[in-house]
Design a protein around this ligand. Structure first.
Ligand code: PRP
Length: 200
């Protein structure tokens, strides 16, 4: 089954790169302020308690790094990697595990950290998986929420920004593995007419 990256690449011949322009949607300064507030909210809910962050590779890495520093107190982290095939019109909702957590979450206060909540199929899979492992608490923090794309009935406990259905990159999010290192969240526009890329 094609992954998201191969679906994207199918439109570009080898060696050719589509014309791309970027428009800042959320500046790094706004992100920094919002992440700080989210961390305060989380710490209010878990005062004096170790919080175990579970980052979903790879998009969440920058958000997790900033959130961890803002949280203060006792924080640990672990990572999981999954692939979702639930993005296309022929959506199956299938999620495949690539890398499991390194340590048990039993009895811990777990915060799943995601860069973006889209169809919700990935998060639904993860919550079911983690609930079976009997954490003390299981909460979710997402930086970006594309509410209008939701298929699965899931929601985050802590949300950074609700965004429109536009293809976004930066601050961990990629287009064909590029742009993850941008400090801002940007909308990618493709082609000379600057048509916004909407993920299908
Ligand atoms: C993104 C994001 C979530 C998932 C959300 O990961 O990090 O894990 O998609 O989509 P959903 O709500 O429709 O399931 P992606 O597959 O882009 O991988 P990446 O983080 O490695 O870029």
């Amino acid at each position: 089954m094609p992954t998201k990256a191969t679906k994207r690449n199918a439109r570009v011949k080898p060696g050719q790169r589509e014309e791309e322009t970027l428009r800042v949607l959320i500046s790094h300064q706004r992100i920094r302020e919002r992440v700080r507030h989210m961390a305060q909210e989380i710490r209010r809910d878990f005062p004096n308690e170790p919080v175990h962050l579970v980052g979903v590779l790879k998009g969440s890495v920058l958000f997790l790094a900033d959130l961890a520093r803002e949280l203060g107190g006792e924080v640990s982290f672990d990572f999981i990697s999954v692939s979702s095939y639930g993005k296309g019109m022929d959506s199956t909702g299938e999620v495949k595990m690539n890398k499991d957590l390194d340590v048990s979450i039993e009895g811990r206060s777990v915060l799943v950290v995601e860069d973006i909540l889209d169809t919700g199929l990935t998060l639904k899979y993860l919550l079911r998986l983690f609930e079976e492992r009997k954490p003390k608490h299981l909460r979710v923090a997402v930086l970006l929420d594309k509410v209008e794309r939701r298929i699965a009935d899931v929601k985050a406990d802590y949300t950074g920004f609700v965004i429109p259905n536009e293809f976004v990159v930066g601050y961990g999010l990629d287009y064909d593995e590029r742009y993850r290192n941008l400090p801002d969240v940007c909308v990618v526009r493709l082609g000379p007419r600057g048509k916004t890329k909407i993920e299908a």
